[in-house]
Design a protein around this ligand. Structure first.
Ligand code: 3HC
Length: 705
């Protein structure tokens, strides 16, 4: 049987789409739907048609593999659903689309070609194409406004955010929420509709929800403002407004042609290449060679040692995912303070309308607290989130070793310490793994999963499954200083400081970075994280070898007590708590230290700033890759996209280097090496790939085969 099949139930042809895992609309699936609809239309035993998805979802969209091909110029997988949608819409028998799970992108477009739509209560419906750098390309921008009006269509297509079944019902996108058996509900509706006189109504002929011409410009303006505000650097959200404008101003057949032109324009763009790459890169991280085939046992209970900022954030992440948590610390006061912070954070979510008071109560009920030596015997995973001190961590791991059940995962949230040294305090180093969460841990999506020398494959698999359960992106990394993220971050941060010493201001550097699309500039990040963090690291381990250039200003700022936002001053001044203002005192200090250090000050161009910062990441990334600390270049990109505010529309630092061309990157790094010395030594891997005319992406692909 193919991916699309039909069975007749109660005089209704039920067409089932079965293309695991998410019933994506590959060209084969579209052909299958076409054939089955034609058969059902001609089948005298069927008075109506219902279409459903098999497995966990309706249809999650066009096949993004096909779109990826398109982005790189291969049109063989380009979706073309027009004929099939027309066949459905012109069918004289009513077609009811029955949605559960997700109806996204091409999936929702397919549903809108039907005459009626029903959904299970937990279904999510949306046009998320802008997140891939494209716009709906199967008439979604033309049918959606006809069903829900221009304003709602703009909101959905510009934001890319799916809506709930309730919202869809309210907006007129579906006719009914089915609480019981979805197919049975859809079949009974289909039978009812088959009894109505005349042909079913075609959405493409509807105009009742379209606004009068005089009202349209203001609506489009709202859509454009939303795009500018929430998706500042992205092209597709702006383009989708034009496609929706076509729905309101042109007949359907002209509107869909306009949509198709705009869709192809977007599909070939640099942003689509990067965003589609990022989509698959994020899903590739879980594909780690050598892990057991069977899924790890589910986690129901986690114990966390350390009720500070990290421990509290991790506890919230677990409670949000339905996991029972025991949060412990050495003293009752620490535990109380930790729980008070968690409660405050949840209350803020209620104030912002993100959670209801009931949801908060349920989550808080999942968190138990305990002071002193906690029993870990029920925990499936224990996570140490104490402060960064090896002796403290080893002591906790001795307790883990003695007090946890066999099979329990023993995790440390260290950001700098050696996992093997921590594991050596236990008799079961195979169960020890790093779970490097990023602050705030209940919000940030990245978790570096640090594999020690003896970490068992089953432990890595369990850590990946836990990350996924928490709604996070777990990236497996090797046990080297700074793992991957901070290993690249530190030289990037120091290069920014060197640029400031040579004549750029912190605000110029940060502006260049945010113009590039970074969520924050590096000086602002440093101020937010606290300058004392890197200061402490510097005291244990100088950033560069003796004889190399060292940063001249950061230590002085720390000695002045300027630790960043938390002290009201760091690289910037924070008069009202969080808003960064340039501080002449810092500029004077940088000037003075540069003069004392014999550094000639000059005007530095934005282009030089960008080059030096991005290429620092790329060159260090190439080293990390060569050393095997990262499995793939795309893993480094995912770490930067999910943990460091790198813009997704640029794909990540390694993808950025690929698109620029590694020969050019290598040439520029060599130039910087000649100008600035050893810290710019080109990474041997970069040198080799540049010489071979290759890319990091090709290297990943070759290694995967
Ligand atoms: N095409 C191809 N593969 C897809 C896919 C799609 N539309 N959506 C998901 N997949 C694959 C993933 O790559 C992954 O494959 P893997 O197991 O080999 O790694 C697998 O399905 C499962 O995906 P997730 O790990 O993401 O599973 P989740 O359960 O966490 O999430 C989801 C499910 C919410 C459907 C999520 O996968 C998702 O958001 N998918 C993308 C949805 C989307 O953007 N749709 C629009 C596509 S563009 C389009 O339709 C254009 C049209 O207008 C012409």
């Amino acid at each position: 049987m193919g991916a699309v099949s039909t069975e007749v139930l109660d005089e209704v042809a039920v067409i089932r789409i079965d293309n695991p895992p998410v019933n994506a609309l590959s060209n084969d699936v579209i052909a299958g739907i076409h054939a089955e609809v034609a058969r059902a239309a001609a089948n005298p035993a069927a008075r109506a048609i219902v279409m459903v998805g098999a497995g966990r979802t309706f249809v999650a969209g066009a096949d993004i593999k096909g779109l990826e091909g398109m982005a790189w110029g291969d049109m063989s997988g380009a979706p073309d659903m027009h004929d099939t949608f027309e066949l459905i819409e012109d069918c004289p028998k009513p077609v009811v689309m029955a949605m559960h799970g997700t109806a996204l992108g091409g999936g929702l477009e397919l549903a809108m070609a039907g005459h009626y739509r029903v959904a299970s209560r937990d279904a999510r419906l949306g046009q998320p194409e802008v997140n891939l750098g494209i716009i709906p390309g199967a008439e979604g921008t033309q049918r959606l406004p006809r069903l829900v009006g221009v304003e709602k269509a703009l909101e959905m297509c510009v934001s890319g955010r799916p809506i709930s079944a309730d919202d869809a019902l309210h907006a007129g996108l579906i006719e009914w929420i089915v609480d019981g058996d979805l197919v049975a509900g859809a079949v009974s509706l289909a039978r009812e509709k088959a009894d109505l006189p005349g042909p079913p109504r075609r959405t493409r002929e509807r105009t009742d929800k379209l606004p009068p011409p005089s009202a349209l410009p203001a609506m489009l303006e709202v859509g454009r403002a939303l795009a500018a505000k929430t998706k500042k650097h992205l092209e597709a959200p702006r383009v989708v407004v034009d496609a929706i404008a076509a729905a309101a101003t042109l007949p359907f057949d002209q509107g869909r042609v306009r949509e198709r032109e705009l869709f192809f324009e977007c599909a070939r763009s640099e942003q689509a290449k990067a965003l589609i790459y990022a989509f698959f890169a994020e899903r590739t991280v879980a594909k780690v060679p050598g892990l057991p085939a069977e899924p790890p046992p589910p986690v129901t209970s986690v114990a966390i040692v350390g009720a500070g900022t990290m421990g509290g954030g991790i506890a919230m992440a677990c409670a949000n995912a339905g996991i029972t948590v025991t949060l412990t610390d050495t003293e009752q006061g620490f535990v109380d303070r930790g729980l008070a912070t968690i409660t405050r954070n949840y209350e803020a979510s209620v104030t912002r309308g993100r959670l209801t008071p009931d949801e908060v109560r349920t989550r808080l009920d999942r968190i138990r607290t305990q002071a002193g030596a906690a029993p870990f015997d029920n925990a499936d995973v224990v996570i140490e989130a104490a402060f960064e001190n090896m002796a403290v961590k080893q002591e906790i791991f001795r307790r883990f070793d003695a007090g946890t059940k066999p099979g329990c995962i023993l995790a440390t949230n260290t950001s700098t310490l050696d996992i093997d040294a921590i594991a050596s305090a236990t008799s079961r180093p195979g169960a020890v793994v790093g779970l490097h969460f990023f602050s705030p841990a209940n919000v940030m999506r990245l978790v570096e999963i640090v594999r020690g020398r003896d970490t068992a494959p089953a432990t890595v698999a369990a850590a990946l499954a836990l990350a996924k359960r928490l709604g996070k992106v777990g990236v497996v990394v090797g046990n080297g200083f700074g793992f991957v993220g901070n290993r690249l971050m530190l030289p990037y941060m120091y290069e920014a400081q060197f640029l400031a010493e040579e004549g750029a201001t912190p605000q110029q550097v940060d502006r260049v970075l945010t113009d590039f699309g970074m969520a924050m500039g590096i000086f602002a990040v440093d101020d937010m994280a606290g300058l004392d963090v890197a200061w402490r690291v510097r005291q244990e381990r100088p950033p560069f070898a003796a004889g190399m250039r060292q940063p001249l200003v950061a230590d002085v700022l720390c000695e002045m007590g300027r630790f960043g936002q938390k002290t009201g001053a760091g690289w910037y001044r924070y008069a009202d708590g969080r808003k960064a203002e340039a501080d002449p005192e810092v500029e004077n200090l940088i000037n003075r230290r540069a003069r004392e250090g014999g550094i000639a000050r000059r005007a530095i161009s934005d282009a030089e700033i960008l080059d030096r910062l991005m290429l620092t990441l790329v060159n260090e990334g190439a080293r990390v890759l060569e050393e095997g600390i990262a499995l793939r270049a795309s893993d480094i990109d995912v770490i930067y996209l999910t943990g460091y505010g790198f813009p997704a529309f640029r794909g990540g630092p390694m993808f950025y280097a690929d698109r620029r061309g590694l020969a050019d990157v290598h040439r520029r790094v060599s130039e910087l090496h000649a100008q600035h010395g050893a810290r710019w030594q080109p990474a041997p891997l970069l040198e080799r790939l540049a010489r071979e005319g290759s890319t990091f992406r090709q290297l990943d692909a070759a290694r995967a085969n």
